[in-house]
Ligand binder design. Sequence first.
Ligand code: FES
Length: 206
Amino acid sequence: MSAAATNDDFVQPTSFAFSEANLAEAKKHIAKYPKGRQASAVMPLLWLAQYQEGWVSRVAMDVIAEMLEMAPIRVYEVATFYTMYNLKPVGKHLVQICRTTPCWLRGSDGLTEMCKKKLGVDLHGTSADGKFTIMEVECLGACVNAPMVQINDDFYEDLTPETLAKVLDELAAGRQPKIGPQVDRLNSAPEGGMTTLKDVAKGAGQ
Ligand code: FES
């Protein structure tokens, strides 16, 4: 893939509106809180806006502030504090590379380097074709399958630079790669199959 720069050159949109379905969902979140406490719904509403647009624009935060009767600055404070909110556009596939200790010990640096080289970007950059944005994140809770990455909603685990490169190739070609472990194991079971309790009948003890 050809080289790309960062994706810092972008224009903030001038309008934002939740889709009908997301507006209904937003109202459900707001209804969970007593009158006067609507601000408690700020995080799920930011998340819904991001899910809809891929990122959270300034105007989306302003719309949310109005819906929740909050000062816009209080919404900006939340959105800029949590790294899960993207404050600039991202590629079609957001590749979040876990770099916390178990993944780091098992080779996450190699995954990051491969992604940078293959996609021609630095961390937080988007490939020239707009398909991929890469970033490093802290533990995603799948340490037993380290090293791993999250791409959009899916985990890809037990990776090497080579197997992650294949996953990226599949996604770039518009195909869905196998989700989960990229080695011969079921979820977090031992590689190659069971090593204990082999003679326990399936379902025994239930
Ligand atoms: S350290 Fe990577 S998933 Fe926990």
